[in-house]
Design a protein around this ligand. Structure first.
Ligand code: SF4
Length: 177
């Protein structure tokens, strides 16, 4: 839910979602209505059934296994679950993280190109905090959602500005004027 939507929008849906203990597909879809994630609700239920029926009720615990074994779980979701729920030191890359990493490293290449996105995944996997990977990943995504926003980023109050090559370049240019 949080991949594409603001926290404030999601909270009510999330709370209702968490109250469902044994929902049928119709109920699942109704709870997701409004966020436009019908197929995700369906896939989530299929994944839950697979965990129960084929994996002896045990969730896969690494990003690799989550992506390989569960329907509907892609690279981002696998990395998020593995790092946040199971503490695997693996990165996540979503739209916000792409923007933050490109600015931190002053990458001007086309950030929609698969080759660039692959390099950003490599970078996220190297940067992720080994001791608190889930917190690190959530912080990076939240930084992109609230501070390093697409237009007019709030660089003055950014906790990462000392490490940011884009900020250094822009502030250096200002000083030279
Ligand atoms: S200093 Fe500015 S550009 Fe750099 S990461 Fe922070 S908000 Fe983004």
């Amino acid at each position: 839910m949080l991949q594409q939507t603001q926290v404030a929008t999601v909270i009510d849906y999330y709370n209702r979602w968490m109250q469902v203990t044994a929902a049928y597909r119709q109920e699942v879809n109704e709870l997701w209505a409004g966020l436009g994630y019908y197929s995700r609700g369906k896939r989530l239920q299929e994944a839950a059934r697979k965990v129960v029926s084929e994996l002896a009720g045990r969730m896969p615990r690494t990003a690799e296994d989550l992506q390989k074994l569960l329907p509907g779980v892609g690279r981002y979701t696998a990395g998020a679950i593995a790092s946040i729920s199971y503490g695997q030191a693996t990165g996540v890359v979503d739209g916000n993280v792409i923007r933050v990493l490109c600015r931190l490293r002053c990458i001007g290449a086309d950030s929609s190109s698969p080759a660039v996105i692959d390099r950003l995944w490599d970078m996220a996997n190297v940067l992720v905090d080994r001791s608190r990977p889930g917190d690190f990943n959530q912080a990076l995504m939240e930084l992109g959602a609230t501070v390093c926003v697409p237009k007019a980023p709030l660089c003055g109050e950014c906790p990462a500005k000392q490490h940011c090559q884009a900020w250094r370049r822009v502030s250096g240019e200002r000083e030279r004027r």
